[in-house]
Ligand binder design. Structure first.
Ligand code: GLN
Ligand code: ZN
Length: 751
């Protein structure tokens, strides 16, 4: 059996791309240096896959920032304001991704959104009425040739035109159907250019097909591919889907002249059923996504081989369920992970072995093979994963544990009296810049080079400084700065029982930002109070209110690699009980405002609306309430969310029953405000007034303008003023300037 990989991680085993890009941004590395790093990452990736014996390896899966942005640049979908900067192509690309502030001008970045149900983020292409869609880039062609010269014949992976149009934002009067034929025409030119270079396969990635589709979507898809498939130029076309099943368009897809269709059998709950009901056409190849591209557990060959046996399709290629972009590079880097644990995991490189092994025994009398037997042994028992006490606590949760009393309106009055904050209170989201010294302190402590005492002393000094700085800036609700945290999820994971950690298991989150999700291994409980000492100390440094800072259960789960042996719901409830203990301890220690971040609330939201509540929100939202339901009426609970569409889940967010919510809004031009108003949102809100993902310093006027727009939709008594996310990735200098402008803007509108 042949094998296929949709895409490979591209940050480099040791995050080489991140470090090289950051040097480039700072002017410490020139363009040629950055290009060389990128090339060597691509080459290593290709050769690793080739050596593992993978049949269909992708080229063009590399990106300096994001593949959707690459696609936009490939077809000249570049807003004029970035072109006007007059920068080099690569710098223009980064300006669109990250914003630009310098001697050539001052522009915000394009919007960024979550890539389907993953923690990867794509840059939203912007199409206005003047956009001239035209094949001006050569990236897929260059990378195809580069691979070929290395001796690797690849399939060229492209984001398909349908998905591209579905993800783009139309800022003028045109819609997707107005530009689809122009875009399709340019894809056709690309196909012919690739054909002239000898390419044999193109993979069109169309994950948008797994969402709910209506008749006009189906029509758009047929229109686009009707043209593309008439212009194959001898190239075989693979239609690749992932993150779900394509129930709304399966019949149409299989009726079209694709040479191969890639389907996801793991997240696609109905994929097998669709094939059974409607059949799979003879003469076409099925790329069966059966090796998990999103999670890190070993593949159970028994299940996978049984699924292949049941397909009844004659031409099957074994593939990954989606790009391996979402898993770390290799277990070989995990030198500190005991074998008892690591033997249960497979990262990208190990997944290549799984693909090859399964393919080598599929269709044979595999049950007697060594490969099969060795794999089955891995599933024979797992150390330390069950905790009876935790299980009992979860089953003892009662309905009233999910309800906070008194109701919001009454609490709001009580809290206004106790806190006595000015109108438009100013605050931040929690973290302050994680400067070199802060990181060094943590690392030295971790490595045992610093005693706990020295470590704590340093952090206390930082906290005291941070409090003083916030007082000087004039903020109303202060934070301790989160200097003890590497990452908002890993930090809590380290302080909870049931987690396993890695050293180098980085996964790209957006651009040069990577995360290292911890692994939920067993039942979760809290070892001891986690944040109380830091928050108490911060509060002792000031008379102003200090917000305690926690990560919520849904985000902790969503940014970890979850277990697959118990349900997500069960894991979330276990975590909720642990965080609830922390909330109550903070309150008991005099912390009157507690923020419980749910940055990743939306992450596991099913892609189909019909499944939203029944499959997810019906347990995720109550789990959040479970965390704070027992605090006193006067304790103000904040929550924070970022980078995703919230507009359509506003009622669910209100049902979290927090007292205040802050969220990312500045990049998406405050579209969310209408939805808040339409839904009569009760929770007080702080829609971010500037984008912290960019080094740009917002001016006072700009913040006042944003606030004025907000005031048109949100009552003055409910509006908070804050940046759109934590400040840890920013530098000190820009942070202070930005926050001063923020406070000045708040004062101006108070006046
Ligand atoms: N409190 C966290 C911080 O400020 C929130 C981070 C996030 O939303 N991603 O860093
Ligand atoms: Zn955030």
């Amino acid at each position: 059996m042949k094998t296929s990989v949709t895409g490979y991680p591209r940050i480099g085993k040791d995050r080489e791309l991140k470090f090289a890009s950051e040097k480039f941004f700072k002017g410490e590395l020139d363009e040629a240096g950055l290009l060389a790093t990128a090339k060597s990452i691509r080459e290593e990736n290709l050769l690793t896959q080739k050596e593992a014996g993978i049949t269909y390896i992708s080229s063009n899966d590399f990106s300096f920032y994001d593949n959707v942005l690459d696609t936009a640049f490939l077809f000249n979908v570049i807003p004029q304001r970035y072109k006007d900067l007059g920068l080099s192509d690569l710098e223009t690309y980064f300006a669109a991704a990250r914003g630009y502030q310098g001697d050539k001008g001052n522009v915000k970045a394009l919007a960024m959104k979550k890539w389907f149900n993953t923690n990867y983020h794509y840059i939203v292409p912007e199409i206005d009425d003047d956009t001239v869609i035209s094949l001006t880039g050569t990236k897929p062609i260059d990378e195809y040739i580069e691979a070929k010269e290395l001796g690797v014949e690849t399939k060229v992976a492209l984001i398909g035109p349908f998905t591209f149009l579905k993800l783009a934002r139309f800022t003028g009067s045109k819609t997707a159907s107005d530009v689809s034929s122009a875009l399709t025409g340019e894809y056709v030119k690309l196909i012919s250019a690739l054909a002239s270079k000898g390419a044999g396969f193109i993979e069109f990635d169309e994950p948008s097909l797994v969402k709910d589709l209506d008749a006009s979507d189906i029509e758009l898809f047929r229109e686009i591919y009707g043209i593309i498939l008439k212009n194959k130029n001898g190239i075989k076309i693979i239609l690749q889907t992932y993150f779900g099943d394509i129930r709304d368009i399966y019949k149409e897809v299989t009726a079209l002249d694709f040479d191969a269709v890639g389907l996801d059998f793991l997240e696609g709950r109905k994929t097998a059923e669709l094939i059974k009901t409607y059949g799979f056409p003879e003469g076409k190849t099925l790329f069966a996504g059966l090796v998990n591209g999103k999670n890190i557990w070993r593949n159970d060959y028994k299940k996978t081989l049984a699924a292949i046996d049941k397909l009844g399709v004659s031409d099957v290629v074994l593939g990954t369920s989606c790009s391996l972009l979402h898993v770390p590079y290799t277990l070989r880097s995990e030198t500190a992970l005991p074998e008892d644990y690591s033997r249960h995991f497979a990262f990208a490189e190990e997944k290549l072995t799984e693909l090859s092994e399964i393919a080598s025994i599929a269709g044979t009398d595999y049950e007697n093979s060594e490969v099969f037997k060795n794999n089955q042994k891995l599933f024979e028992g797992r150390k330390d994963s069950e905790d009876k006490e935790v299980r009992a606590r979860v089953s003892g949760i009662k309905d009233e544990d999910y309800v906070r009393l008194p109701a919001f309106e009454e609490r709001e009055k009580i809290q206004k009296e106790i806190l006595n904050l000015p109108l438009f209170p100013t605050t931040t989201i929690g973290s302050f810049p994680q400067t070199q010294d802060v990181r060094k302190n943590r690392q030295e402590f971790k490595k045992g080079l610093k005693s706990r005492e020295e470590y704590v002393k340093f952090n206390r000094e930082k906290i005291a400084e941070c409090i003083k700085l916030q007082e000087e800036i004039g903020l109303d609700v202060l934070v301790h700065g989160e200097f003890e945290r590497n990452d908002m999820v890993e930090y809590f994971g380290e302080n909870l029982n049931g987690y396993v950690f890695t050293q180098k298991a980085w996964v790209q989150s957006y651009g040069t930002r990577n995360v290292k999700p911890p692994i939920i291994w067993g039942d979760i409980s809290r070892k001891a109070p986690i944040t109380v000492e830091w928050s108490k100390y911060a509060a002792s440094c000031t008379d102003k209110p200090v917000k305690g800072m926690l990560t919520g259960p849904v985000t902790i789960l969503n940014w970890s690699f979850p277990r697959e042996d118990i349900s997500i719901k069960e894991s979330i409830l276990q975590i909720a009980l642990a965080i609830r203990d922390e909330v109550l301890d903070l309150e008991a220690n005099g912390i009157g405002i507690i923020q419980i971040d749910e940055a990743a609330l939306r992450e596991k939201l099913p892609l189909r609306k019909s499944d939203w509540y029944s499959e997810y929100l019906d347990f995720a939202i109550p789990a959040f309430r479970l965390v704070h339901s027992k605090v006193k009426p006067g304790t103000q609970i904040h929550t924070h969310m970022c980078y995703s569409e919230f507009t359509d889940i506003i009622p669910a967010i209100d049902a979290m029953d927090a007292d205040v919510i802050t969220f990312e809004a500045s990049r998406s031009d405050l579209q969310i405000l209408d939805s808040l108003k339409a839904n009569n949102f009760k929770t007080e809100v702080g829609p971010g007034v500037y984008d912290i993902h960019s080094p740009r310093v917002p001016s006072v006027e700009e913040i006042v303008t944003a606030l004025t727009k907000m005031r048109a939709k949100i009552e003055d008594t409910k509006l908070w003023v804050n940046p759109d996310c934590g400040l840890k990735t920013r530098g000190n200098e820009e942070t202070v300037r930005s926050l001063k402008n923020l406070v000045a803007a708040a004062k101006q509108i108070r006046g």
